[in-house]
Design a protein around this ligand. Structure first.
Ligand SMILES: C[S@@+](CC[C@H](N)C(=O)[O-])C[C@H]1O[C@@H](n2cnc3c(N)ncnc32)[C@H](O)[C@@H]1O
Length: 288
């Protein structure tokens, strides 16, 4: 029987396997998967040590999954946004670091508003809605999601956050393109946030998205703007005067999203913002 490897040997092998498979952060992924297999938080690996055979096998299985370009977060079962952890897996979009600035803008926009009404359209795992509820216990947060598979994750995350003491959010199964979405909230919403699908239909994405994440979470018609158009119209109707909207988009869509908001004729301070890579990532506006 061959001796189980040391952690350092295993990590070196995993890094090479993942680099060959085209993963873009092979060492970091290898370390995250090893930490997960060892039941430790990411970034808290022990010093070099010989692993038992079962743990070594578990790491190799996880690395094999990542080499098939399964998203790292599907393998660990965890993602983060706004300082909270979210359970994720097949059937739901993995929240991205790119959304942090949109969330921060939204929280700043309601800093002076007591008991704000907040809407998160296209909520996926519930990430944005739950992060707002975590930061603002006095907020009434509504989240809308179309996919029943994604809603399973959102409900699970909402239950965990409520159990942890956050104010419960209100989750709705619904289509944000419905013209009467949230008619009962018309003119009464303080903040509307959305990270909708925005990829042009025929674009080919890296396998982490193309192969493994749900297509309705990514693609949105020939120009990528079908759902964004509905989101901006809903914002025009739902926001109170002075209310704020922030919509995430791809790095080429800023002019189109600014035009969509401008054409609705009710917004001012229409501004585009960049993400952590300094790429155009979300557009904000205030209802006049
Ligand atoms: C890019 S993902 C974002 C998820 C989440 N907001 C986040 O940032 O992690 C877009 C989400 O929109 C949902 N979606 C797509 N079309 C929709 C529609 N017409 N109505 C409601 N949700 C929709 C997808 O199922 C997916 O969960």
């Amino acid at each position: 029987m061959t001796e189980a490897p040391t952690l350092a040997e295993l990590l070196d092998d995993a890094e090479k396997t993942l680099a060959d498979a085209g993963a873009w952060a092979p060492r970091a992924d290898a370390e995250a998967l090893a930490a997960h297999a060892l039941g430790r938080p990411a970034g808290a690996l022990p010093g070099d040590t010989r692993l038992d055979a079962t743990t070594a096998e578990r790491v190799r299985d996880l690395v094999a999954g990542r080499a098939r370009r399964v998203p790292l977060e599907y393998l660990t079962g965890r993602a983060r946004l706004g300082g909270i952890e979210l359970a994720v897996g097949p059937g739901v979009f993995v929240p991205r670091r790119h959304t942090e600035p949109l969330l921060a803008w939204g929280l700043a926009a309601i800093r002076q508003v007591a008991n704000p009404v907040v809407v998160d359209l296209c909520s996926g795992s519930g990430a944005i809605a739950l992060a707002v509820a975590h930061a603002r216990p006095d907020a009434r947060v509504h989240a809308v999601e179309l996919s029943p598979e994604a809603l399973v994750w959102a409900r699970r995350n909402a239950a965990v956050r409520a159990e942890a003491g956050d104010t419960p959010i209100v989750l709705h199964e619904g289509d944000v393109t419905a013209p009467d979405l949230f008619a009962e909230l018309d003119g009464g919403v303080d903040l509307l946030l959305a990270n909708p699908p925005f990829v042009v239909e025929n674009r080919v994405l890296p396998p982490e998205w193309q192969r493994h994440q749900p297509h309705p979470a990514l693609f949105s018609g020939h120009d990528g703007l079908v759902v964004i158009r509905a989101v901006t119209s809903a914002a025009a109707r739902l926001l109170r005067p002075g209310g704020g909207v922030a919509v995430e988009h791809d790095d080429e869509q800023a002019p189109a999203v600014m035009s969509l908001l401008g054409d609705l004729g009710v917004f001012e301070n229409i501004t585009d913002h960049t993400d952590h890579n300094d790429l155009p990532r979300y557009t904000t506006a205030r209802k006049a």
